[in-house]
Ligand binder design. Structure first.
Ligand code: SAH
Ligand code: SF4
Length: 358
């Protein structure tokens, strides 16, 4: 790493600051109180990428900020791809320490949903997941999580559009980076800034039981999705190594705790893998497990990855699985993974780019 980069990364990123921290930072630079609101609006209403564009600030202050802080330059687009139908735009970002993370914009039905990463890599090791296959590098900072949002918000603003939904379903396990992820979500839903509705943000977790309970106790309004993928420990142990630590029955108990505490419907994610977890036995076990629970199941045919030889279920098995769930009164939707042609499954673009030497 050269000296310039080292100096730059040592500077605080304004997107890491809460409003109070920004006030203190500006006061330390000798600024009057009202400056904090001005800068905050540049950050979260206009998604500023440079100090130069903050034209209602005195030139001297812009120069001072330039010397003492950074904005988005910790998040540089490294590789970009659009799906054939043009609805999906995926960006591989290079971070200041050269880690690569992925963010995807999906544009369908007047919705502009972005899929955000919470970590570089992931420690959970789910066998079917490209991110799990690469292992854990590090947690993302608040600025790196929010920066993924502001990047697309800026691009959409240029065409008078905006981000309507966020799913924390990119690389990493959001609840394994609890405080940074939740602070970033607070930032995205802050009424004085981005002001995205709480219900427009979904957190997906592999099932970290203590974190689910904490989330429930904090009475968070942001919907939760739990990646279940199997209804028995025998099956789930094979797919999701952390199931040995947080087994199915305990996980379901934590989910019930969450529903009781928040009164919210919970979503379960289920990647259907041919001949593996798409059997009638699994459907029946799942039906029994979830019967009567305030929940919904999202069925997603597996997106094949390099490091796992499982295949997606065929449409007949998907339907059979759905029908059996319905017998138990459990509602489900089949979701199609968007942008398959651009490796829009989490971690897949990084995998492809690294292995093709792009
Ligand atoms: N770590 C979190 C969020 C990121 S993964 C979690 O596991 O929930 C987002 C979703 O994509 C999860 O439901 C995950 O199980 C699913 N997923 C990962 N790899 C997949 C693949 N190859 N095919 C289909 N779904 C996949
Ligand atoms: Fe991590 Fe989620 Fe992938 Fe599992 S599915 S390895 S928890 S990112």
């Amino acid at each position: 790493m050269n000296t310039t980069t080292t100096t730059q990364t040592a500077l605080p990123n304004l997107y890491d600051f809460s409003f109070t921290e920004l006030q203190t930072f500006l006061a330390d630079l000798g600024q009057p109180k009202y400056r904090a609101k001005q800068v905050w609006e540049w950050l979260y209403k206009k998604f500023a990428a440079s100090f130069a564009e903050m034209h209602n600030l005195p030139k001297a202050l812009r120069t001072k900020l330039e010397a003492n802080a950074t904005l988005g330059d910790t998040l540089a687009p490294y590789y970009e791809q659009y799906s054939g139908d043009g609805h999906t735009h995926k960006v591989l970002f290079r971070l200041a320490d050269n880690q690569l993370i992925e963010t995807v914009l999906m544009r369908y039905d007047k919705r502009n949903t972005i899929c955000i990463s919470s970590q570089a890599g992931c420690a959970m090791g789910c066998v079917f997941c490209a991110t799990g296959q690469m292992g854990f590098m590090r947690n993302l900072t608040v600025a790196e999580i929010v920066g993924q949002f502001t990047f697309f918000a800026r691009a959409l603003a240029a065409e008078d559009a905006h981000v309507t939904n966020v799913v924390m379903m990119g690389m990493g396990e959001p609840l394994h980076n609890y405080s940074k992820t939740l602070t970033a979500i607070d930032r995205m839903t802050d009424p004085t800034g981005i002001d995205l509705g709480n219900r427009k943000v979904t957190i997906s977790t592999v099932g970290l039981i203590p974190a689910i309970k904490r989330y429930a106790d904090e009475q968070r309004q942001t919907p939760l999705a739990v990646s279940l993928h199997a209804a028995t420990d025998e099956e789930r142990d094979k797919l999701i190594p952390v199931n040995r630590k947080w087994p199915v029955d305990d996980l379901i108990e934590a989910c019930r705790y969450y529903i009781d505490k928040t009164g919210r419907r919970l979503t379960f994610e289920w990647a259907l893998i041919r001949g593996e977890n798409d059997t009638l036995q699994q459907a029946e076990k799942l039906g029994k497990l979830l019967r009567g629970m305030l929940c919904h199941v999202n069925l997603i045919p597996l997106n094949p990855t390099n490091g796992y030889d499982g295949r997606p279920s065929d449409p007949e098995s998907v339907q059979r699985f759905r029908d059996r769930l319905a017998d138990y009164g459990v509602s489900s939707t089949v979701r199609v993974r968007r942008g398959i042609d651009i490796q829009a499954g989490c971690g897949q673009l990084r995998d492809r780019v690294l292995h093709s030497g792009l």
